[in-house]
Design a protein around this ligand. Structure first.
Ligand SMILES: [Zn+2]
Length: 452
């Protein structure tokens, strides 16, 4: 039996407020189905499937910048269409539990993946004792769900890593990268590198970059002398490396898709921001360094959903899938506005894939959020900001100035400690309303999937 808690009473109050707010939006925006969507989303209950989309470094500025450039200031991205929206705080902690106000993707990911905050750099382990904490993907697997993780980063990078591995430091990506994780090595009785742990977990779908990590040789234990890719094959994985391979995979066996040696190359290119600004520029919506056979994030998301759904065809329970747009963050670090906007737009197309699926499968909880804020700021054209800036000519034909000033020019630009958007639809979606903490997302997904 489930006793109504104070939280439920508060949620009921939020329900009324949210319905009223949605009605107001409907009047203003003319979106006639918003009230219905909101009412449906406010329902609690269980989800068959959960699709979690993480825009890495996708703070409000990054969303606004992409919206202004791509669909116009008055336009709406796919991610703007969720019926319920809130904000959550992202801070990390120091080893003693005191707040560290600016998180990295490892601590942040550990927060939403385990419900427990940790120190920057750590992968789903405690901040003080460095002990593994169970992740939402592990709980979902144990609960009988199919699982998947899709990214444009290396599959061993922080965001995918927090789901299917536990490491003292995020740098311990392949068997040859273990310097900062002495107690995690196989030789010391640990679980090995992030790449090894990811395939040992038998996650049904693993799509991303980072082939170089999986090409490293395992140095100890059962698979000693094999590469991690060979280890994956021994564990039953189909391995593919491009879009044609991806099209050809069949449901029934887990799939490891490694679509680039490192990060998957960005979709768009342009001139990076510069000291004193750039001449007005249009972004180039292609990248000569991106092979034409590289699947888009939306392609990978579509295939992942198909495979996970096929696996659960005869099961009552569905799947948990995480989809990360990783290079919003990476291009923000590099002060490359076109790279950043192109990746945000690509991520938004993956959001559409998830929302289209949920439209046909309303028992799917879809959550779109970020792991932390980032550096880009939209500033007035007449401003002469310090640091790096660039003027873009948007699809509306207007000039837009973007500034990157969280670090000295020449250094990597920095994350920020701001709260970020979290938006959702489907069972338990009401839990994103108001101001929540990043760790609450873990509980939201756990409740939606009915996991202990
Ligand atoms: Zn970053």
């Amino acid at each position: 039996m489930h006793r109504p808690s104070r939280r439920h009473v508060m949620a009921a109050t939020a329900l009324v407020a949210a319905t009223a707010a949605a009605a107001a939006v409907t009047t203003a925006a003319g979106a006639s189905d918003t009230v219905q969507q909101a009412q449906h989303a406010i329902k609690g209950g269980k989800a068959k499937n959960v699709i979690l989309l993480i825009g890495d470094g996708m703070g409000d500025s990054e969303i606004t910048l992409a919206r202004d450039y791509v669909v116009g200031a008055g336009g709406r991205l796919n991610m703007d269409g969720f019926p319920l929206t809130g904000a959550y705080t992202t801070y990390a902690v120091h080893a003693d539990g005191t707040p560290d106000y600016v998180t990295d993707s490892a601590a942040s990911g550990s927060g939403w993946a385990t419900g427990r905050k940790t120190v920057n750099g750590r992968i789903s382990k405690t901040p003080d004792t460095d002990k593994a904490v169970p992740t939402i993907l592990e709980l979902a697997q144990r609960g009988g769900y199919a699982t998947g993780s899709v990214t444009t980063a290396e599959l061993t990078d922080a965001t995918p890593a927090v789901l299917a591995s536990h490491a003292t430091d995020r740098s311990c990506q392949g068997p040859g990268d273990m310097a900062k994780c002495p107690t995690d090595t196989l030789a010391k009785g640990g679980p090995g590198s992030i790449a090894e742990q990811s395939v040992n977990h038998k996650v049904d779908v693993l799509f991303g970059g980072g082939k170089q990590r999986f090409d490293q040789k395992v140095t100890e234990g059962k698979y000693k002398g094999l590469t991690v890719t060979e280890q994956a094959r021994k564990l039953g994985y189909q391995v593919v490396t491009d879009g044609a391979g991806l099209k050809g995979v069949k449901a029934g066996k887990p799939v490891l898709g490694l679509f680039a040696p490192g990060n998957v190359p960005t979709e768009w290119t342009g001139r990076p921001a510069a000291v004193g600004g750039t001449d007005p520029q249009r972004c180039v919506t292609s990248n000569p360094h991106r092979p034409s056979s590289t699947p888009s994030l939306a392609d990978s998301a579509t295939k992942a959903i198909q495979l996970l759904e096929a696996k659960q065809k005869h099961a009552k329970k569905g799947f948990f899938l995480q989809i990360e747009g990783a290079s919003i963050d990476k291009q923000d670090h590099a002060a490359d506005p076109c790279g950043q906007i192109g990746e945000t737009a690509a991520f938004d197309r993956a959001v559409k894939v998830a929302r289209d699926y949920a439209a046909k499968h309303p028992d799917t909880l879809v959550v779109t959020t970020a792991d932390h804020g980032h550096t880009s700021q939209i500033v007035p054209l007449e401003a002469t900001p310090p640091g790096l800036s660039s003027t873009l000519v948007t699809n509306e034909g207007q000039q837009l100035k973007v500034n990157y000033s969280t670090n000295t020019p020449g250094q990597s630009q920095e994350h920020t400690g701001t709260q970020v958007r979290i938006a959702a639809q489907g069972p338990q979606a009401y839990r994103v309303l108001g101001i929540t903490n990043q760790t609450d997302l873990f509980t939201t997904i756990r409740r939606a999937l009915g996991l202990k």
